[in-house]
Design a protein around this ligand. Sequence first.
Ligand code: TMP
Length: 208
Amino acid sequence: MSGFFITFEGTEGCGKSTHIKKLAARLETEGHTVRTLREPGGTDCGEPIRKLLKHGPDSVTAETELLLMNASRAQLVREVIRPALKSGEIILCDRFYDSTTVYQGIGRGLAAEDVQRVIDFAVGDTRPHLTLLLQIPLETSEERLARRMGTDRFEQADRTFFERVERGYRSLAQKYPDRIHSINADLSMNTVETKIWEIVSNALNRSE
Ligand code: TMP
């Protein structure tokens, strides 16, 4: 019995967490055991790292960010993801290594080879089977961020950073078309939910 690993990606405010909850509920009603996770964090070791990354000092460098993200990830992979997959669970993870490729690599400007090496060390052969990339226009993301209470270190970045992040996601989706499915998340909640279900149920059927 081996499980199925699905990751969700996208810019701030794209609706990942809402759709993860909806998908988890639907999968559970179909009899699956589902585990929802988020990165960074998700373990006793990773949660303090998440706090540091999101609310730590401005002096945190891009290199430190890369290593901390992947320290949290290395722990999550070994403590939670691998055992859960081994026991046949479906994992829905809010962000995974594509976020690092895009935010630390393309956003912060670290060399792609360095970023890839650190990711590979952190995850080994634990890779998502399927990735759903929820896409919304930058303006929508900005409007949703403006309505949120308080901001973290990432949300304070300037517009050009998020333009790079958006472009980064688009080029990743082109590079890995079998794994990464782009979804227009600027449509009604029901339309997006239906699309997600169509992609996930097809992928699960194919994996059986
Ligand atoms: P969120 O959980 O509220 O989306 O916050 C996580 C923030 O961390 C988000 O702005 C994206 C950023 N992030 C990275 O920069 N690199 C990563 O590898 C991950 C997982 C998240």
